[in-house]
Ligand binder design. Structure first.
Ligand SMILES: C[S@@+](CC[C@H](N)C(=O)[O-])C[C@H]1O[C@@H](n2cnc3c(N)ncnc32)[C@H](O)[C@@H]1O
Length: 217
């Protein structure tokens, strides 16, 4: 077996530097998030954003639903990869984060993003009631509702569409038997649910905090 790569911070930086360059507004959001201190960890990593952009382009994705937008880094990154007639609906319950995100979308002149500000469970029910369908759903909000979000996403996703879920490796703690806190167990239970689900084809990719990509059969 080939030797495994140790993905050091230096190597991660090298990967980012040699992948698709960030736009000025993407860089500005990152700087803004850093200024928030501890909350910066809510944002997906740059390599995850670059990976999502590649996924969107190779899969010819046109309609995206994001659950959990924070200050807009992941939404803007994904919207930039969409064709000009694409649409991204972004859900977040926080007015403060959503207004900040909106200011970045305006700065980037990005008009493909529509925001809905309320608890995601309510928005998802409305999207279901209006028979909306998506090509990609990105789940990155409160972990307690991951199973709910996933099950509803299965009803909202097109055949062969992608459901992508963030934080599935939970800083590596999912594979550490000495960790038994609430959130590690929530993610473990979620990962087991996905493993057993025959309605999808799945793959866990170890970028950022780990993402699962599910393809709806
Ligand atoms: C991890 S952050 C999202 C990060 C974002 N994807 C990015 O890369 O910048 C999670 C977001 O989910 C939102 N959130 C938490 N619980 C929620 C809920 N019940 N309904 C809607 N949004 C929620 C939070 O306000 C927060 O902005």
């Amino acid at each position: 077996m080939p030797k495994k790569l140790d993905l050091t911070e230096n190597l991660e930086k090298y990967i980012i530097d040699h992948s698709e360059a960030l736009t000025d507004v993407q860089k500005e959001i990152i700087q803004y998030n850093i200024s928030l201190g501890d909350q910066q960890r809510l944002q997906i990593s740059v390599s995850q954003a670059q990976f999502l952009q590649t996924l969107i382009k190779i899969s010819n994705i046109k309609k995206i639903l994001e659950i959990g937008s924070f200050t807009g880094f992941s939404a803007l990154s994904m919207a930039l990869a969409l064709p000009s007639d694409g649409l991204l609906i972004s859900l977040d319950k926080s007015t403060e984060f959503s207004l900040k995100a909106q200011s970045f979308y305006e700065k980037a002149n990005e008009r493909k993003i529509k925001q809905i500000i309320k608890p995601a469970i309510e928005s998802l029910k409305e999207l279901k009631d209006s028979s909306q369908k998506f090509d990609l759903i990105f789940i990155d909000a409160d972990k307690e509702n991951y199973l709910n979000y996933y099950e509803t996403s299965l009803e909202l996703i097109n055949k062969n569409g992608l459901i992508v879920i963030d934080n599935v490796l939970w800083h590596g703690e999912v594979a550490d038997n000495s960790k038994n806190d609430k959130f590690t167990n929530i993610i473990r239970k979620f990962n087991t649910h996905i493993k057993k689900d025959n309605r999808i084809v799945k793959n866990i990719t170890p970028i950022g905090d780990g993402i699962t990509i599910c393809i709806k059969k």
